[in-house]
Design a protein around this ligand. Structure first.
Ligand SMILES: Nc1ncnc2c1ncn2[C@@H]1O[C@H](COP(=O)(O)OP(=O)(O)OP(=O)(O)O)[C@@H](O)[C@H]1O
Ligand SMILES: [Mg+2]
Length: 395
């Protein structure tokens, strides 16, 4: 079929032709945004789920929804090894400047800028000099204690008060939240606590790999009170069929029900895989309709593309010891796995595996779905590991 009109869009963050099966979570976001706009308390949202399930796509969609409600938005991506403050500062500055340009901007906006300047002075080493070109002095003591758990809430408060004063609200969206340090997460939690207490119009929407089981003590109980953690999972068979059939028919072509069933069986409803399969099946089909036979024929090709684009890039970032660890996991099936079982397979003690395990979590390759358990963050990664390292011996 005509490759140019292929509707599917495999790729990180690429908006799908049909955002299937996410009505519930979008409605939750709609309610959150509307309530915060009216200064009613509502839990912030942290979307968590495995790689390629569509978290970034949802975050982008929620940013659009916020903008449609006349929010001012900040969308950033946390990066391993980059302080959150450094990521947020330029965006906060942009936002305050936008507010300052609005007609009749008053003291609250100017104070916001003064507080941000104070914050910057405390983290200058990390950010370097930030050009302001506005004649507003820093407010010493406002957000320069150097303790993020104190300073970030103060910055958020000043920004939210500035927005409130201008009759608007702020949405801060953070992708890849699993890369935030415990301190940074707890600073965000404290900041949102302040927003709720003061009923200020600032919402936080995050997305990333599951983090809740990794939090401990006070942070955890606060987090559970202030945030909801909707689990973004694979699509059901009906949703997966919709994700494929809708776009095919909108493009004026057809696909057989048996082909839809086959795609669901092969992808298990994982959105990234659905896009890839839809894309390849479309290109491979000589003419409409796309049949189950065509879907099966593209399996090798899709697997090769997924290996190259989705799995291999992650595999290549691993050290030999990390690969061995993951291969030991994969040999036991799809998981979750107990650390002690991995240690047994590798004929070693659980304590010696601690550092490797910690690094794999830091790299976002595995996460802990519950205390004492580990699982892959990439769907079907166990099967890939078996393809990548078919022979496996432990010396
Ligand atoms: N609801 C959906 N229906 C169909 N396709 C979807 C849906 N959500 C996402 N996709 C597709 O899945 C792919 C992955 O989406 P996205 O990059 O948002 O995932 P992610 O969860 O952010 O992954 P990662 O954890 O690797 O960042 C994209 O090609 C996107 O078009
Ligand atoms: Mg993403």
């Amino acid at each position: 079929m005509d490759k140019i009109s292929n509707p599917f869009s495999p790729g990180a963050g690429s908006p799908p032709p049909e955002l299937a099966g996410r009505e519930g979570i979008l409605e939750q976001a709609e309610v959150l945004l509307a309530r915060v706009r009216r200064k009613r308390p509502e839990k912030s949202v942290l979307l968590t789920g495995l790689r390629g399930v569509g978290k970034t796509v949802l975050l982008n969609e929620m940013e659009r929804m916020a903008q449609a409600r006349e929010y001012r938005t900040i969308l950033v991506e946390a990066l391993e090894g980059k302080p959150l403050a450094v990521i947020l500062i330029p965006q906060l500055k942009r936002l305050l400047f936008e507010l300052d340009r609005l007609a009749g901007a008053g003291n609250k906006v100017r104070r916001g800028i003064a507080v941000l300047k104070s914050f910057i002075s405390a983290v200058r080493v990390a950010v370097g000099d930030v050009e302001f070109g506005l004649d507003i002095d820093s407010e010493p003591g406002a957000a320069d204690s150097g303790d993020l758990e104190i300073d970030l809430p103060n910055v958020f408060m000043a920004v939210a008060e500035a927005a409130e004063d201008r009759g608007t609200a702020v949405a801060i969206l953070i992708d890849e939240i699993q890369y935030l340090h415990t301190k940074e997460l707890s600073a965000l939690i404290m900041a949102m606590h302040k927003m709720q207490q003061r009923q200020l119009p600032l919402v936080l929407i995050g997305a990333g790999l599951p983090i809740l089981p990794g939090l401990a003590g006070d942070s955890k109980s606060y987090a559970e009170r202030l945030f909801s953690f909707p689990d973004i999972g694979p699509l059901s068979e009906d949703e997966s069929a919709k994700a494929i059939q809708g776009p095919v028919e909108s493009a004026g072509e057809r696909i057989e029900p048996a082909a839809l069933r086959e795609i669901f069986r092969l992808t298990r409803g994982y959105p990234y895989f659905i896009q890839e399969w839809g894309y390849q099946a479309w290109n491979h089909a000589p003419s409409s309709p796309i049949t189950a036979e065509i879907v099966r024929e593209t399996t090798r090709l899709v697997e090769k593309r997924l290996d190259e684009n989705f799995f291999r890039v992650r595999f290549n970032r691993l050290t030999p010891r990390e690969k061995t660890f993951l291969r030991a996991m994969a040999g036991m099936g799809p998981g979750p796995y107990r650390s002690s079982d991995v240690a047994d397979v590798l004929h070693t003690k659980i304590t010696t595996l601690g550092p490797v395990r910690a690094n794999l979590i830091k790299k976002g390759m595995v996460y802990s779905p519950a205390h004492g358990l580990m699982a892959f963050t990439v769907p079907l990664f166990d099967e890939f590991m078996l393809r990548a390292i078919p022979e496996f011996f432990v010396q």
